[in-house]
Ligand binder design. Structure first.
Ligand code: ATP
Ligand code: MG
Length: 596
Protein backbone atom coordinates (compact mmCIF):
# COMPACT_ATOMS: atom_id res chain seq x y z
CA UNK A 1 0.00 0.00 0.00
CA UNK A 2 1.95 2.99 -1.17
CA UNK A 3 -0.62 5.76 -0.73
CA UNK A 4 -1.31 7.11 2.74
CA UNK A 5 -3.46 4.47 4.38
CA UNK A 6 -6.90 5.36 5.58
CA UNK A 7 -7.30 3.43 8.78
CA UNK A 8 -10.75 2.81 10.08
CA UNK A 9 -11.55 1.30 13.40
CA UNK A 10 -15.28 0.96 13.49
CA UNK A 11 -16.64 0.33 16.92
CA UNK A 12 -20.34 0.41 16.16
CA UNK A 13 -22.23 -2.60 17.38
CA UNK A 14 -24.75 -2.25 14.56
CA UNK A 15 -23.88 -3.93 11.27
CA UNK A 16 -21.95 -1.60 9.02
CA UNK A 17 -23.94 -0.37 6.06
CA UNK A 18 -24.03 -2.87 3.30
CA UNK A 19 -25.04 -1.39 -0.03
CA UNK A 20 -25.47 -4.85 -1.51
CA UNK A 21 -28.37 -5.50 0.87
CA UNK A 22 -30.05 -2.38 -0.48
CA UNK A 23 -29.75 -3.69 -4.03
CA UNK A 24 -31.17 -7.06 -3.03
CA UNK A 25 -33.99 -5.46 -1.06
CA UNK A 26 -35.13 -3.46 -4.04
CA UNK A 27 -34.74 -6.41 -6.44
CA UNK A 28 -36.92 -8.52 -4.18
CA UNK A 29 -39.47 -5.74 -3.76
CA UNK A 30 -39.69 -5.43 -7.55
CA UNK A 31 -39.97 -9.21 -7.98
CA UNK A 32 -37.03 -9.05 -10.38
CA UNK A 33 -36.02 -12.70 -9.96
CA UNK A 34 -39.36 -14.20 -9.02
CA UNK A 35 -40.04 -15.84 -12.38
CA UNK A 36 -36.70 -17.60 -12.82
CA UNK A 37 -36.87 -21.33 -13.24
CA UNK A 38 -34.40 -23.84 -11.88
CA UNK A 39 -34.08 -27.40 -13.05
CA UNK A 40 -32.09 -28.34 -9.97
CA UNK A 41 -28.69 -28.29 -11.66
CA UNK A 42 -26.75 -25.79 -13.77
CA UNK A 43 -27.62 -25.57 -17.44
CA UNK A 44 -28.71 -23.54 -20.43
CA UNK A 45 -32.13 -21.87 -20.70
CA UNK A 46 -33.73 -24.84 -22.44
CA UNK A 47 -33.01 -26.98 -19.40
CA UNK A 48 -33.87 -24.39 -16.76
CA UNK A 49 -37.12 -23.30 -18.37
CA UNK A 50 -38.44 -26.86 -18.16
CA UNK A 51 -37.99 -26.76 -14.37
CA UNK A 52 -40.19 -25.29 -11.63
CA UNK A 53 -39.86 -21.76 -10.25
CA UNK A 54 -36.55 -21.39 -8.45
CA UNK A 55 -37.22 -21.94 -4.73
CA UNK A 56 -34.18 -19.79 -3.88
CA UNK A 57 -35.04 -16.10 -3.52
CA UNK A 58 -31.50 -15.19 -4.50
CA UNK A 59 -28.42 -17.14 -5.55
CA UNK A 60 -24.89 -16.04 -4.79
CA UNK A 61 -21.64 -17.91 -5.18
CA UNK A 62 -18.13 -18.10 -3.83
CA UNK A 63 -15.92 -18.89 -6.84
CA UNK A 64 -12.31 -19.54 -5.83
CA UNK A 65 -9.66 -20.61 -8.24
CA UNK A 66 -8.19 -23.74 -6.59
CA UNK A 67 -4.64 -22.46 -6.85
CA UNK A 68 -3.81 -21.52 -3.27
CA UNK A 69 -4.92 -21.47 0.33
CA UNK A 70 -7.73 -19.11 1.28
CA UNK A 71 -6.84 -15.99 3.22
CA UNK A 72 -8.69 -13.46 5.40
CA UNK A 73 -9.89 -11.61 2.28
CA UNK A 74 -11.56 -14.76 1.04
CA UNK A 75 -13.13 -15.16 4.47
CA UNK A 76 -14.76 -11.76 4.01
CA UNK A 77 -16.13 -12.86 0.64
CA UNK A 78 -17.35 -16.20 2.05
CA UNK A 79 -19.13 -14.52 4.98
CA UNK A 80 -20.67 -12.02 2.58
CA UNK A 81 -21.92 -14.46 -0.06
CA UNK A 82 -23.05 -17.26 2.24
CA UNK A 83 -24.40 -14.73 4.74
CA UNK A 84 -26.58 -13.00 2.14
CA UNK A 85 -27.98 -16.31 0.90
CA UNK A 86 -28.78 -17.33 4.46
CA UNK A 87 -30.41 -14.02 5.35
CA UNK A 88 -32.55 -13.77 2.21
CA UNK A 89 -33.82 -17.34 1.86
CA UNK A 90 -31.37 -17.97 -0.94
CA UNK A 91 -28.60 -20.37 -1.79
CA UNK A 92 -24.87 -19.84 -2.08
CA UNK A 93 -22.90 -22.08 -4.40
CA UNK A 94 -19.31 -23.13 -3.92
CA UNK A 95 -17.85 -23.11 -7.39
CA UNK A 96 -14.30 -24.04 -8.25
CA UNK A 97 -13.25 -21.77 -11.04
CA UNK A 98 -10.97 -24.29 -12.67
CA UNK A 99 -11.14 -23.31 -16.33
CA UNK A 100 -7.43 -22.63 -16.54
CA UNK A 101 -5.87 -25.99 -17.39
CA UNK A 102 -2.45 -25.57 -15.91
CA UNK A 103 -2.82 -24.26 -12.44
CA UNK A 104 -5.24 -26.11 -10.21
CA UNK A 105 -4.47 -28.76 -7.66
CA UNK A 106 -6.58 -31.18 -5.65
CA UNK A 107 -4.84 -30.22 -2.42
CA UNK A 108 -6.29 -26.73 -2.75
CA UNK A 109 -9.78 -28.00 -3.54
CA UNK A 110 -9.77 -29.99 -0.30
CA UNK A 111 -8.44 -27.13 1.77
CA UNK A 112 -11.04 -24.71 0.35
CA UNK A 113 -13.86 -27.13 1.16
CA UNK A 114 -12.51 -27.46 4.71
CA UNK A 115 -12.16 -23.70 5.09
CA UNK A 116 -15.76 -22.94 4.05
CA UNK A 117 -17.08 -25.64 6.37
CA UNK A 118 -14.90 -24.44 9.21
CA UNK A 119 -16.31 -20.94 8.78
CA UNK A 120 -19.68 -22.54 9.41
CA UNK A 121 -21.21 -22.45 5.94
CA UNK A 122 -22.64 -25.09 3.67
CA UNK A 123 -23.67 -25.33 0.03
CA UNK A 124 -25.82 -28.36 0.82
CA UNK A 125 -29.20 -28.85 2.38
CA UNK A 126 -31.79 -31.60 2.13
CA UNK A 127 -32.83 -30.42 -1.33
CA UNK A 128 -29.73 -29.09 -3.06
CA UNK A 129 -26.04 -29.70 -3.24
CA UNK A 130 -24.46 -26.70 -4.91
CA UNK A 131 -20.81 -27.66 -5.23
CA UNK A 132 -19.67 -27.10 -8.80
CA UNK A 133 -16.62 -27.19 -11.02
CA UNK A 134 -16.60 -24.66 -13.84
CA UNK A 135 -14.69 -27.14 -16.00
CA UNK A 136 -17.88 -29.22 -16.15
CA UNK A 137 -19.39 -26.42 -18.23
CA UNK A 138 -16.99 -26.50 -21.19
CA UNK A 139 -19.58 -27.98 -23.57
CA UNK A 140 -21.98 -25.15 -22.76
CA UNK A 141 -19.26 -22.57 -23.13
CA UNK A 142 -18.49 -23.90 -26.59
CA UNK A 143 -22.20 -23.72 -27.43
CA UNK A 144 -22.20 -20.08 -26.30
CA UNK A 145 -19.10 -19.28 -28.33
CA UNK A 146 -20.56 -20.95 -31.43
CA UNK A 147 -23.79 -19.03 -31.03
CA UNK A 148 -21.83 -15.76 -30.96
CA UNK A 149 -20.02 -16.83 -34.13
CA UNK A 150 -23.27 -17.70 -35.92
CA UNK A 151 -24.89 -14.47 -34.88
CA UNK A 152 -21.93 -12.46 -36.13
CA UNK A 153 -20.84 -11.39 -32.62
CA UNK A 154 -17.49 -13.18 -32.62
CA UNK A 155 -14.69 -13.88 -35.08
CA UNK A 156 -11.44 -15.76 -35.32
CA UNK A 157 -8.46 -13.48 -35.29
CA UNK A 158 -5.22 -14.78 -36.76
CA UNK A 159 -2.99 -11.85 -35.96
CA UNK A 160 0.07 -12.52 -33.88
CA UNK A 161 -0.08 -11.64 -30.19
CA UNK A 162 2.24 -8.70 -30.93
CA UNK A 163 -0.01 -7.38 -33.71
CA UNK A 164 -3.03 -7.70 -31.50
CA UNK A 165 -1.30 -5.78 -28.76
CA UNK A 166 -0.28 -2.99 -31.14
CA UNK A 167 -3.76 -2.73 -32.63
CA UNK A 168 -5.49 -2.59 -29.28
CA UNK A 169 -4.74 1.13 -28.92
CA UNK A 170 -4.21 2.90 -25.64
CA UNK A 171 -6.22 4.71 -23.02
CA UNK A 172 -6.13 7.81 -25.21
CA UNK A 173 -6.14 6.28 -28.70
CA UNK A 174 -8.72 3.97 -30.22
CA UNK A 175 -7.67 0.53 -31.43
CA UNK A 176 -7.60 -0.66 -35.05
CA UNK A 177 -9.82 -3.32 -36.54
CA UNK A 178 -8.12 -6.61 -37.21
CA UNK A 179 -7.80 -7.52 -40.89
CA UNK A 180 -9.64 -10.77 -39.96
CA UNK A 181 -12.61 -8.99 -38.42
CA UNK A 182 -14.72 -9.29 -41.55
CA UNK A 183 -14.49 -13.06 -41.81
CA UNK A 184 -17.88 -14.62 -42.49
CA UNK A 185 -19.68 -16.58 -39.78
CA UNK A 186 -19.17 -19.73 -41.87
CA UNK A 187 -15.43 -19.24 -42.13
CA UNK A 188 -15.21 -18.42 -38.42
CA UNK A 189 -17.17 -21.51 -37.51
CA UNK A 190 -15.00 -23.72 -39.65
CA UNK A 191 -11.84 -22.31 -38.09
CA UNK A 192 -13.23 -22.61 -34.57
CA UNK A 193 -14.11 -26.25 -35.18
CA UNK A 194 -10.60 -26.87 -36.54
CA UNK A 195 -9.17 -25.17 -33.44
CA UNK A 196 -11.18 -27.57 -31.31
CA UNK A 197 -10.01 -30.52 -33.38
CA UNK A 198 -6.43 -29.67 -32.50
CA UNK A 199 -5.29 -28.66 -35.99
CA UNK A 200 -3.41 -25.54 -34.87
CA UNK A 201 -0.60 -24.89 -32.44
CA UNK A 202 -1.06 -22.63 -29.39
CA UNK A 203 -1.34 -18.95 -30.21
CA UNK A 204 -2.06 -19.22 -33.94
CA UNK A 205 -5.73 -18.22 -33.77
CA UNK A 206 -7.99 -16.81 -31.15
CA UNK A 207 -11.72 -16.27 -30.89
CA UNK A 208 -12.69 -12.67 -30.13
CA UNK A 209 -15.98 -11.00 -29.38
CA UNK A 210 -16.85 -8.45 -32.05
CA UNK A 211 -17.75 -5.30 -30.13
CA UNK A 212 -15.97 -2.03 -30.75
CA UNK A 213 -12.24 -1.40 -31.31
CA UNK A 214 -12.80 2.29 -30.59
CA UNK A 215 -14.54 1.82 -27.24
CA UNK A 216 -13.15 4.05 -24.50
CA UNK A 217 -13.26 0.92 -22.31
CA UNK A 218 -10.34 -1.21 -23.51
CA UNK A 219 -12.11 -4.30 -22.20
CA UNK A 220 -14.71 -3.84 -24.95
CA UNK A 221 -12.16 -3.68 -27.79
CA UNK A 222 -12.98 -7.12 -29.12
CA UNK A 223 -11.87 -9.09 -26.05
CA UNK A 224 -10.45 -12.57 -26.55
CA UNK A 225 -12.88 -15.27 -25.47
CA UNK A 226 -11.38 -18.63 -26.50
CA UNK A 227 -7.74 -19.54 -27.00
CA UNK A 228 -5.82 -22.60 -28.13
CA UNK A 229 -3.94 -24.33 -25.36
CA UNK A 230 -2.67 -27.85 -25.77
CA UNK A 231 -2.67 -28.78 -22.12
CA UNK A 232 -3.99 -31.55 -19.92
CA UNK A 233 -6.72 -30.42 -17.57
CA UNK A 234 -7.03 -32.05 -14.13
CA UNK A 235 -10.74 -32.72 -14.67
CA UNK A 236 -11.29 -33.00 -18.42
CA UNK A 237 -7.91 -34.50 -19.29
CA UNK A 238 -7.05 -34.10 -22.99
CA UNK A 239 -10.61 -33.66 -24.19
CA UNK A 240 -10.06 -29.98 -24.98
CA UNK A 241 -7.28 -28.03 -26.59
CA UNK A 242 -9.22 -24.77 -26.52
CA UNK A 243 -10.00 -23.03 -23.24
CA UNK A 244 -12.21 -20.02 -22.47
CA UNK A 245 -10.79 -16.78 -21.15
CA UNK A 246 -11.77 -16.00 -17.57
CA UNK A 247 -13.80 -12.92 -18.56
CA UNK A 248 -15.90 -15.05 -20.92
CA UNK A 249 -16.20 -18.09 -18.68
CA UNK A 250 -17.14 -16.38 -15.45
CA UNK A 251 -20.38 -14.64 -16.53
CA UNK A 252 -21.54 -17.83 -18.25
CA UNK A 253 -20.81 -19.88 -15.13
CA UNK A 254 -22.93 -17.45 -13.12
CA UNK A 255 -25.78 -17.62 -15.62
CA UNK A 256 -25.75 -21.42 -15.90
CA UNK A 257 -26.07 -21.60 -12.11
CA UNK A 258 -28.95 -19.11 -11.94
CA UNK A 259 -26.84 -16.72 -9.88
CA UNK A 260 -28.82 -13.54 -9.24
CA UNK A 261 -26.14 -11.37 -7.62
CA UNK A 262 -22.57 -12.03 -8.69
CA UNK A 263 -20.42 -10.29 -6.12
CA UNK A 264 -16.76 -9.64 -6.86
CA UNK A 265 -13.96 -7.27 -5.94
CA UNK A 266 -13.54 -3.82 -7.44
CA UNK A 267 -10.86 -4.66 -9.98
CA UNK A 268 -13.59 -6.28 -12.07
CA UNK A 269 -15.57 -3.05 -12.36
CA UNK A 270 -14.17 -2.33 -15.83
CA UNK A 271 -15.21 -5.80 -16.90
CA UNK A 272 -18.84 -5.25 -16.04
CA UNK A 273 -19.81 -3.81 -19.46
CA UNK A 274 -18.48 -6.97 -21.09
CA UNK A 275 -20.20 -9.15 -18.48
CA UNK A 276 -23.48 -7.44 -19.39
CA UNK A 277 -22.81 -7.46 -23.15
CA UNK A 278 -22.07 -11.15 -23.16
CA UNK A 279 -25.00 -12.31 -21.06
CA UNK A 280 -27.40 -10.04 -22.89
CA UNK A 281 -26.39 -11.43 -26.30
CA UNK A 282 -26.59 -15.02 -25.08
CA UNK A 283 -30.04 -14.39 -23.58
CA UNK A 284 -31.10 -12.79 -26.85
CA UNK A 285 -30.03 -15.97 -28.60
CA UNK A 286 -32.13 -18.01 -26.19
CA UNK A 287 -29.19 -19.75 -24.56
CA UNK A 288 -29.72 -18.13 -21.17
CA UNK A 289 -32.88 -17.22 -19.31
CA UNK A 290 -33.61 -13.70 -18.20
CA UNK A 291 -33.05 -11.85 -16.00
CA UNK A 292 -29.34 -12.54 -16.32
CA UNK A 293 -27.09 -12.27 -13.24
CA UNK A 294 -26.00 -8.84 -12.06
CA UNK A 295 -22.35 -8.20 -11.23
CA UNK A 296 -21.78 -6.09 -8.12
CA UNK A 297 -18.33 -4.99 -7.00
CA UNK A 298 -17.08 -4.22 -3.49
CA UNK A 299 -13.71 -3.19 -2.18
CA UNK A 300 -11.35 -5.93 -1.13
CA UNK A 301 -10.20 -6.37 2.41
CA UNK A 302 -6.88 -4.82 3.35
CA UNK A 303 -5.59 -5.07 6.90
CA UNK A 304 -2.80 -3.26 8.68
CA UNK A 305 0.20 -5.46 9.60
CA UNK A 306 -0.94 -8.10 7.12
CA UNK A 307 -0.14 -9.04 3.52
CA UNK A 308 -2.87 -10.79 1.57
CA UNK A 309 -1.30 -10.98 -1.86
CA UNK A 310 -0.99 -14.58 -2.95
CA UNK A 311 2.47 -13.92 -4.37
CA UNK A 312 3.75 -12.59 -1.04
CA UNK A 313 2.13 -15.38 0.95
CA UNK A 314 3.81 -17.95 -1.29
CA UNK A 315 7.12 -16.20 -0.77
CA UNK A 316 6.71 -16.32 3.02
CA UNK A 317 6.14 -20.06 2.85
CA UNK A 318 8.73 -20.93 0.23
CA UNK A 319 11.49 -18.89 1.81
CA UNK A 320 10.55 -20.38 5.19
CA UNK A 321 9.85 -17.13 6.99
CA UNK A 322 6.96 -19.11 8.44
CA UNK A 323 6.59 -22.84 9.05
CA UNK A 324 3.95 -23.38 6.34
CA UNK A 325 0.54 -22.28 5.09
CA UNK A 326 -0.93 -23.14 8.48
CA UNK A 327 1.67 -21.28 10.50
CA UNK A 328 -0.40 -19.54 13.20
CA UNK A 329 1.00 -16.19 12.06
CA UNK A 330 -0.22 -16.60 8.47
CA UNK A 331 -3.38 -14.70 7.44
CA UNK A 332 -4.72 -17.89 5.89
CA UNK A 333 -7.80 -19.67 7.13
CA UNK A 334 -5.72 -22.74 8.01
CA UNK A 335 -3.35 -20.46 9.89
CA UNK A 336 -6.22 -18.74 11.70
CA UNK A 337 -7.62 -22.07 12.74
CA UNK A 338 -4.32 -23.18 14.18
CA UNK A 339 -3.87 -19.82 15.88
CA UNK A 340 -7.15 -20.33 17.72
CA UNK A 341 -9.19 -17.64 15.99
CA UNK A 342 -12.85 -18.61 15.80
CA UNK A 343 -15.37 -18.78 12.95
CA UNK A 344 -17.70 -16.65 15.11
CA UNK A 345 -14.96 -14.03 15.35
CA UNK A 346 -14.71 -13.94 11.54
CA UNK A 347 -18.48 -13.51 11.26
CA UNK A 348 -18.45 -10.64 13.72
CA UNK A 349 -15.53 -9.05 11.91
CA UNK A 350 -17.21 -9.35 8.50
CA UNK A 351 -20.33 -7.74 9.92
CA UNK A 352 -18.42 -4.89 11.58
CA UNK A 353 -16.36 -3.95 8.54
CA UNK A 354 -19.37 -4.19 6.26
CA UNK A 355 -19.13 -3.85 2.53
CA UNK A 356 -18.46 -0.76 0.48
CA UNK A 357 -16.93 0.44 -2.74
CA UNK A 358 -14.40 2.69 -1.02
CA UNK A 359 -10.88 1.35 -0.69
CA UNK A 360 -10.08 1.05 2.93
CA UNK A 361 -7.49 -0.33 5.22
CA UNK A 362 -8.85 -1.95 8.34
CA UNK A 363 -6.92 -1.71 11.57
CA UNK A 364 -5.75 -5.16 12.64
CA UNK A 365 -6.77 -4.42 16.21
CA UNK A 366 -10.39 -4.36 15.04
CA UNK A 367 -9.94 -7.95 13.89
CA UNK A 368 -8.35 -8.89 17.21
CA UNK A 369 -11.12 -7.16 19.16
CA UNK A 370 -13.70 -9.27 17.35
CA UNK A 371 -11.80 -12.43 18.24
CA UNK A 372 -11.46 -11.35 21.89
CA UNK A 373 -15.12 -10.53 22.11
CA UNK A 374 -16.23 -13.94 20.89
CA UNK A 375 -13.59 -15.82 22.88
CA UNK A 376 -14.55 -13.97 26.05
CA UNK A 377 -18.01 -15.47 25.63
CA UNK A 378 -17.01 -18.97 24.72
CA UNK A 379 -13.65 -19.83 26.27
CA UNK A 380 -13.48 -21.47 29.69
CA UNK A 381 -11.01 -20.00 32.15
CA UNK A 382 -7.90 -21.83 33.28
CA UNK A 383 -4.71 -20.97 35.09
CA UNK A 384 -1.26 -21.05 33.55
CA UNK A 385 1.98 -19.68 34.89
CA UNK A 386 4.07 -18.57 31.94
CA UNK A 387 7.22 -17.41 33.71
CA UNK A 388 7.33 -19.67 36.75
CA UNK A 389 8.92 -18.79 40.07
CA UNK A 390 8.65 -21.08 43.12
CA UNK A 391 6.53 -19.87 46.04
CA UNK A 392 7.10 -21.84 49.25
CA UNK A 393 4.50 -21.65 52.01
CA UNK A 394 6.62 -22.26 55.07
CA UNK A 395 3.73 -22.94 57.44
CA UNK A 396 1.92 -25.42 55.16
CA UNK A 397 2.65 -29.11 55.89
CA UNK A 398 4.90 -30.77 53.34
CA UNK A 399 2.84 -33.87 52.71
CA UNK A 400 -0.52 -32.14 52.57
CA UNK A 401 -2.69 -30.83 49.77
CA UNK A 402 -6.29 -29.63 49.48
CA UNK A 403 -8.68 -28.49 46.83
CA UNK A 404 -9.57 -24.94 45.91
CA UNK A 405 -12.43 -24.26 43.52
CA UNK A 406 -12.28 -21.96 40.52
CA UNK A 407 -15.23 -21.00 38.32
CA UNK A 408 -14.93 -22.17 34.72
CA UNK A 409 -16.56 -19.04 33.36
CA UNK A 410 -17.38 -15.87 35.32
CA UNK A 411 -20.29 -15.04 32.99
CA UNK A 412 -21.69 -18.56 32.94
CA UNK A 413 -22.06 -20.01 36.44
CA UNK A 414 -23.79 -23.06 34.92
CA UNK A 415 -20.41 -24.16 33.58
CA UNK A 416 -19.53 -24.95 37.16
CA UNK A 417 -16.24 -24.99 39.00
CA UNK A 418 -13.21 -27.16 38.91
CA UNK A 419 -10.86 -28.23 41.65
CA UNK A 420 -7.32 -26.91 41.77
CA UNK A 421 -4.95 -28.63 44.18
CA UNK A 422 -3.18 -26.39 46.66
CA UNK A 423 0.02 -27.48 48.37
CA UNK A 424 3.17 -26.20 50.07
CA UNK A 425 5.06 -25.39 46.87
CA UNK A 426 3.42 -23.40 44.12
CA UNK A 427 4.39 -21.74 40.88
CA UNK A 428 3.67 -18.03 40.56
CA UNK A 429 4.64 -15.52 37.88
CA UNK A 430 8.10 -14.11 38.31
CA UNK A 431 6.69 -10.60 37.92
CA UNK A 432 4.42 -11.17 40.93
CA UNK A 433 7.34 -10.78 43.34
CA UNK A 434 9.62 -7.77 43.84
CA UNK A 435 12.24 -7.69 46.50
CA UNK A 436 12.10 -3.92 46.49
CA UNK A 437 8.62 -2.92 45.33
CA UNK A 438 8.10 -0.09 42.92
CA UNK A 439 5.51 2.55 43.70
CA UNK A 440 1.97 1.22 43.53
CA UNK A 441 3.07 -2.43 43.48
CA UNK A 442 0.59 -4.54 45.47
CA UNK A 443 1.78 -8.02 44.84
CA UNK A 444 4.38 -9.95 46.83
CA UNK A 445 7.28 -8.19 48.53
CA UNK A 446 8.69 -8.84 51.96
CA UNK A 447 6.08 -7.96 54.59
CA UNK A 448 3.17 -7.55 52.13
CA UNK A 449 0.03 -9.65 51.92
CA UNK A 450 -1.73 -10.73 48.75
CA UNK A 451 -4.39 -13.23 47.82
CA UNK A 452 -3.67 -16.41 45.91
CA UNK A 453 -6.76 -16.35 43.75
CA UNK A 454 -9.40 -18.97 44.69
CA UNK A 455 -7.05 -19.93 47.59
CA UNK A 456 -5.55 -18.24 50.60
CA UNK A 457 -4.13 -14.90 51.63
CA UNK A 458 -0.37 -15.17 52.08
CA UNK A 459 2.17 -12.91 53.72
CA UNK A 460 5.54 -12.63 52.03
CA UNK A 461 8.56 -13.40 54.21
CA UNK A 462 11.48 -13.07 51.81
CA UNK A 463 13.28 -14.92 49.06
CA UNK A 464 16.16 -17.28 48.22
CA UNK A 465 18.76 -16.29 45.66
CA UNK A 466 21.39 -18.11 43.67
CA UNK A 467 25.06 -17.13 43.62
CA UNK A 468 24.49 -14.47 40.98
CA UNK A 469 21.73 -12.87 43.01
CA UNK A 470 18.77 -14.12 40.97
CA UNK A 471 15.65 -14.85 42.94
CA UNK A 472 14.98 -18.60 42.82
CA UNK A 473 12.21 -18.96 45.38
CA UNK A 474 9.90 -16.77 47.45
CA UNK A 475 8.85 -17.64 50.98
CA UNK A 476 5.58 -16.80 52.63
CA UNK A 477 3.15 -17.97 55.26
CA UNK A 478 -0.51 -18.55 54.66
CA UNK A 479 -3.47 -17.51 56.77
CA UNK A 480 -5.50 -20.69 57.25
CA UNK A 481 -8.79 -18.85 57.88
CA UNK A 482 -8.60 -16.86 54.63
CA UNK A 483 -9.60 -19.53 52.13
CA UNK A 484 -11.76 -18.17 49.32
CA UNK A 485 -15.37 -19.20 49.65
CA UNK A 486 -15.19 -19.91 53.41
CA UNK A 487 -16.77 -17.70 56.10
CA UNK A 488 -14.49 -14.88 57.12
CA UNK A 489 -12.36 -15.03 53.98
CA UNK A 490 -13.31 -11.42 53.30
CA UNK A 491 -11.86 -10.22 56.57
CA UNK A 492 -8.54 -9.71 54.89
CA UNK A 493 -8.35 -6.64 52.72
CA UNK A 494 -5.52 -7.07 50.26
CA UNK A 495 -4.90 -5.40 46.94
CA UNK A 496 -2.85 -8.00 45.12
CA UNK A 497 -4.50 -11.04 43.55
CA UNK A 498 -2.16 -13.63 42.02
CA UNK A 499 -2.67 -16.78 40.04
CA UNK A 500 -0.73 -19.92 40.87
CA UNK A 501 -0.51 -23.64 40.30
CA UNK A 502 0.62 -26.34 42.67
CA UNK A 503 4.15 -27.40 41.71
CA UNK A 504 3.62 -31.07 42.56
CA UNK A 505 0.48 -31.25 40.44
CA UNK A 506 1.32 -28.87 37.60
CA UNK A 507 1.46 -29.88 33.97
CA UNK A 508 4.59 -28.53 32.28
CA UNK A 509 3.90 -27.48 28.69
CA UNK A 510 5.33 -25.72 25.71
CA UNK A 511 3.60 -22.45 24.92
CA UNK A 512 4.04 -20.45 21.73
CA UNK A 513 3.50 -16.78 22.19
CA UNK A 514 2.49 -15.49 18.80
CA UNK A 515 2.42 -11.89 17.84
CA UNK A 516 1.94 -9.99 14.60
CA UNK A 517 4.01 -11.29 11.72
CA UNK A 518 4.91 -7.78 10.60
CA UNK A 519 6.08 -4.93 12.77
CA UNK A 520 4.99 -2.27 10.30
CA UNK A 521 1.34 -1.38 9.67
CA UNK A 522 1.98 -1.24 5.93
CA UNK A 523 4.47 -4.02 5.17
CA UNK A 524 6.59 -3.09 2.17
CA UNK A 525 5.12 0.42 1.80
CA UNK A 526 7.01 2.77 -0.42
CA UNK A 527 10.11 1.13 -1.84
CA UNK A 528 10.74 -1.21 1.04
CA UNK A 529 10.88 -4.95 0.69
CA UNK A 530 7.96 -6.31 2.72
CA UNK A 531 10.30 -8.91 4.21
CA UNK A 532 12.28 -6.15 5.89
CA UNK A 533 9.15 -5.37 7.89
CA UNK A 534 8.88 -8.83 9.43
CA UNK A 535 8.49 -8.67 13.20
CA UNK A 536 11.55 -10.40 14.72
CA UNK A 537 9.52 -11.22 17.84
CA UNK A 538 6.49 -12.72 16.13
CA UNK A 539 6.92 -15.98 18.02
CA UNK A 540 8.52 -16.87 21.34
CA UNK A 541 8.44 -20.41 22.68
CA UNK A 542 8.39 -20.81 26.44
CA UNK A 543 8.06 -23.59 29.03
CA UNK A 544 5.09 -22.93 31.27
CA UNK A 545 3.39 -24.60 34.22
CA UNK A 546 -0.31 -25.28 33.77
CA UNK A 547 -3.01 -26.26 36.21
CA UNK A 548 -3.57 -30.02 36.07
CA UNK A 549 -7.00 -29.78 34.39
CA UNK A 550 -5.24 -28.59 31.23
CA UNK A 551 -3.48 -31.93 30.85
CA UNK A 552 -6.71 -33.24 29.33
CA UNK A 553 -7.04 -30.41 26.76
CA UNK A 554 -7.95 -31.74 23.33
CA UNK A 555 -6.37 -30.29 20.19
CA UNK A 556 -8.21 -27.11 19.15
CA UNK A 557 -9.75 -26.59 22.59
CA UNK A 558 -9.63 -22.92 23.49
CA UNK A 559 -9.20 -21.32 26.91
CA UNK A 560 -8.64 -18.02 28.53
CA UNK A 561 -5.52 -18.26 30.65
CA UNK A 562 -6.36 -15.82 33.42
CA UNK A 563 -4.46 -12.53 33.19
CA UNK A 564 -2.70 -13.69 30.00
CA UNK A 565 -5.06 -14.02 27.09
CA UNK A 566 -6.68 -16.63 24.92
CA UNK A 567 -4.88 -19.84 24.05
CA UNK A 568 -5.64 -22.90 21.95
CA UNK A 569 -4.24 -26.41 22.12
CA UNK A 570 -2.27 -26.70 18.88
CA UNK A 571 -4.07 -28.74 16.22
CA UNK A 572 -0.95 -30.45 15.03
CA UNK A 573 1.45 -30.80 17.93
CA UNK A 574 -0.76 -30.96 20.99
CA UNK A 575 -1.68 -34.33 22.51
CA UNK A 576 -4.03 -35.11 25.34
CA UNK A 577 -1.72 -35.43 28.41
CA UNK A 578 1.09 -33.58 26.58
CA UNK A 579 -0.44 -30.26 25.57
CA UNK A 580 1.16 -27.53 23.47
CA UNK A 581 -0.62 -24.18 23.46
CA UNK A 582 -0.65 -21.29 21.03
CA UNK A 583 -1.48 -17.80 22.15
CA UNK A 584 -4.34 -16.58 20.01
CA UNK A 585 -4.57 -13.04 21.32
CA UNK A 586 -3.74 -11.19 24.51
CA UNK A 587 -6.50 -10.01 26.85
CA UNK A 588 -6.06 -6.38 25.95
CA UNK A 589 -4.76 -4.59 22.92
CA UNK A 590 -1.29 -3.69 24.07
CA UNK A 591 0.29 -3.50 20.63
CA UNK A 592 2.71 -0.65 20.35
CA UNK A 593 2.39 0.15 24.05
CA UNK A 594 5.26 -0.24 26.49
CA UNK A 595 3.55 -2.94 28.52
CA UNK A 596 3.77 -5.45 25.69
P1 ATP B 1 -5.51 -13.33 -5.01
O1 ATP B 1 -5.51 -12.25 -6.04
O2 ATP B 1 -5.05 -12.90 -3.66
O3 ATP B 1 -4.87 -14.57 -5.46
P2 ATP B 1 -8.07 -13.98 -5.98
O4 ATP B 1 -9.17 -13.02 -5.84
O5 ATP B 1 -7.45 -14.00 -7.31
O6 ATP B 1 -7.05 -13.72 -4.80
P3 ATP B 1 -9.84 -16.19 -6.11
O7 ATP B 1 -9.66 -17.60 -5.74
O8 ATP B 1 -10.12 -15.87 -7.51
O9 ATP B 1 -8.52 -15.46 -5.63
O10 ATP B 1 -10.92 -15.48 -5.17
C1 ATP B 1 -12.16 -16.03 -4.85
C2 ATP B 1 -13.07 -14.94 -4.37
O11 ATP B 1 -12.52 -14.29 -3.23
C3 ATP B 1 -13.28 -13.88 -5.42
O12 ATP B 1 -14.66 -13.67 -5.57
C4 ATP B 1 -12.59 -12.67 -4.88
O13 ATP B 1 -13.27 -11.51 -5.25
C5 ATP B 1 -12.61 -12.88 -3.37
N1 ATP B 1 -11.46 -12.23 -2.74
C6 ATP B 1 -10.16 -12.47 -2.96
N2 ATP B 1 -9.37 -11.64 -2.26
C7 ATP B 1 -10.20 -10.85 -1.53
C8 ATP B 1 -10.02 -9.77 -0.59
N3 ATP B 1 -8.80 -9.35 -0.23
N4 ATP B 1 -11.12 -9.20 -0.06
C9 ATP B 1 -12.34 -9.63 -0.39
N5 ATP B 1 -12.59 -10.61 -1.27
C10 ATP B 1 -11.55 -11.22 -1.85
MG1 MG C 1 -8.56 -14.73 -9.01
Amino acid sequence: MSSAPKISKETAAAPATNFIRNIIDSDLAAGKHAQRRWSGTPGLASQQLAGPLDPAKIRTRFPPEPNGYLHFGHAKSICLNFGLARDYGGRCHLRFDDTNPEKEEKEYVDSIIDAVHWLGFSWQDDKEDNLYYASDYFDWMIACAEYLIEAGHAYIDSQSAEEMRLNRGTLTEPGKDSPYRKRSPEENMLLFRRMQAGEFPDGTHILRAKIDMASPNINLRDPAIYRIRHATHHNTGDKWCVYPMYTFAHPIEDALENITHSICTLEFEDQRPFYDWLLDHLAEGGLLQRPVPQQIEFSRLNLTYVVLSKRKLIQLVEEKHVSGWDDPRMPTIVGARRRGYTPEGFHLFAERIGVSKADSLIDYSLFEDCMREMLNESAERRVAVLDPLKLIIDNYPEDQSEECFAPNHPLKPDLGKRAMPFSRELWIEREDFMEVPSKGYHRLYPGNMARLRYGFVVKCLGCDKDESGNVIAVHCEYLPDSKSGTPGADNYKVKGNLHWVSAAHACPAEIRLYDRLFANPAPGAGDRNFLDDLNPDSVRVIAAQLEPALKAAKPEERFQFERHGYFVADRTDSKVSAPVFNRTVTLKDSWGKASK
